[in-house]
Design a protein around this ligand. Structure first.
Ligand code: PBG
Length: 323
C-alpha cells in the first residue's frame, strides 16, 4: 500500500505523540554513579582529567551520597585511592582502608542507597597492575585469593554489591564461595564480565592513579576485535555465580551489549567509561556539541542496545535533567 496511506511522520507530530510511541527511555533509576574516595580530610577536589568529577575523603563522601540518593539514583560505585601502595595491594582489604571507611559512612547516612565496590588491585599496587606480578606476568590464581579477601572485607564493611573488574579467570567463583561461607549470601556480584583492553580508560587511570608502570593490560583484558570471546566470558561468569554481568566500555561496544542481550537473561550493565564521557564533555567545551542532548543520545543508545543498567559519570546531571 505505502504512501499516502502510510505516513511515518504522523507519529512524530508533537512531543506527546513522540513520547507515546517512544521505545527506549532512560531513567535515573537505571543509573549507577561512580565515586572516587581518597585518604584525607574534608576533601572535595576536582579531578583534572574528568570534568565535573571529584576526589572525596571518607568524611565528605556521605554528603555526596545523600545528594545522589535524593536525585533518585539507586546506587554508587566506589573506587579507592589509598595512601600506601605495595606489591600486592594490601590496603585493599585493610579493615580501616579508605573504601571500608567510606562504605561505613555512606551506610550510616543513607542506608537505602546501594553501595557497589570496585574489586581490583590496580589502585592499590605499586606497579599499577590488577593483580600479583610474578616476573613480568600477572599471576592469575594468587590474584584470585587477594581479590576474594578484598571482596569479603567490602561485604564486612556493608557493601551491597561487589564488582570485580580485574578480568582474572575464576575470580567470580572464588568470591561467590567466600561470600556464601561467611554469611554474606545476599551480597550480589556484578562482574565486569566482558571488559576490553580499551584506550577509553585514559582519564580514569589519571583520576584513580592506576596506570600500569610497565606493559599494559592486554594479557588479562579482552582484545577489542573479539565478539565470541565476550559471550564465553559472560557465560562463565554467570556459571560461576555473577548476578549482574557488565560490558565495558559501552558506547564503542554496543554490538556486544546487543548480542549479550539476545543470549542471556540476567541483568546486563554497561559502563559508559571515562574516555567516552570526556569525548562528550570536551566536544561541548569546544563549542562543537550540545552537551545535554549528546549525553542523552549516548545513554539512550546504550539502553537501546539492551543494557538494563548504565554506569555513568553523567548520572547526577541526567537525574537533574529528567526531574
Ligand atoms: C580498574 C578499573 C578501570 C576502570 C574501572 N575499573 C581501569 C582499567 O581497567 O585500567 C575504567 C573506568 C573508566 O574508564 O571510566 N581495573
Amino acid at each position: 500500500m505505502g504512501f499516502p496511506r502510510n505516513r511515518m511522520r504522523r507519529l512524530r507530530t508533537g512531543p506527546a505523540m513522540r513520547s507515546l510511541v517512544r521505545q527506549t527511555k532512560v531513567g535515573a533509576d537505571d543509573l549507577i554513579y561512580p565515586l572516587f574516595v581518597r585518604e584525607g580530610k574534608g576533601l572535595k577536589e576536582p579531578i583534572k582529567s574528568m570534568a565535573g568529577c571529584f576526589h572525596f575523603s571518607p568524611d565528605t563522601i556521605a554528603a555526596e551520597a545523600t545528594e545522589v540518593a535524593s536525585l533518585g539514583i539507586p546506587a554508587v560505585l566506589l573506587f579507592g585511592l589509598p595512601d600506601k601502595k605495595d606489591e600486592i595491594g594490601s590496603q585493599a582489604w585493610a579493615e580501616d582502608g579508605v573504601i571500608q571507611r567510606a562504605i561505613e559512612q555512606i551506610k550510616q547516612a543513607v542506608p537505602e542507597l546501594l553501595v557497589i565496590t570496585d574489586v581490583c588491585l590496580c589502585e592499590f599496587t605499586s606497579h599499577g597492575h590488577c593483580g600479583v606480578v610474578k616476573g613480568d606476568k600477572v599471576d592469575n590464581d594468587s590474584t584470585c585469593g587477594l581479590l576474594t579477601k578484598m571482596a569479603l572485607s567490602h561485604a564486612q564493611a556493608g557493601a551491597d554489591i561487589v564488582a570485580p573488574s580485574d578480568m582474572m579467570d575464576g575470580r567470580v567463583k572464588c568470591i561467590r564461595e567466600a561470600l556464601e561461607e561467611n554469611g554474606f549470601e545476599n551480597v550480589a556480584i556484578m562482574s565486569y564480565a566482558a571488559k576490553y583492553a580499551s584506550a577509553f580508560y585514559g582519564p580514569f587511570r589519571d583520576a584513580a592513579e592506576s596506570a600500569p608502570s610497565f606493559g599494559d593490560r592486554r594479557t588479562y583484558q579482552m582484545d577489542p576485535p573479539n565478539v565470541g570471546e565476550a559471550m564465553a566470558e559472560i557465560a562463565l561468569d554467570i556459571e560461576e555465580g555473577a548476578d549482574i554481568v557488565m560490558v565495558k566500555p559501552a558506547l564503542a561496544y554496543l554490538d556486544i551489549i546487543y548480542r549479550a542481550r539476545q543470549r542471556f537473561d540476567c541483568p546486563i550493565a554497561a559502563y559508559n567509561v571515562s574516555g567516552e564521557y570526556m569525548m562528550v564533555k570536551s566536544s561541548a567545551a569546544a563549542g562543537l556539541a550540545d552537551e545535554q542532548a549528546t549525553m542523552m543520545e549516548v545513554l539512550t543508545a546504550i539502553k537501546r542496545a539492551g543494557a538494563d543498567i548504565i554506569i555513568t559519570y553523567s548520572a547526577k546531571e541526567v537525574a537533574k535533567l529528567l526531574s
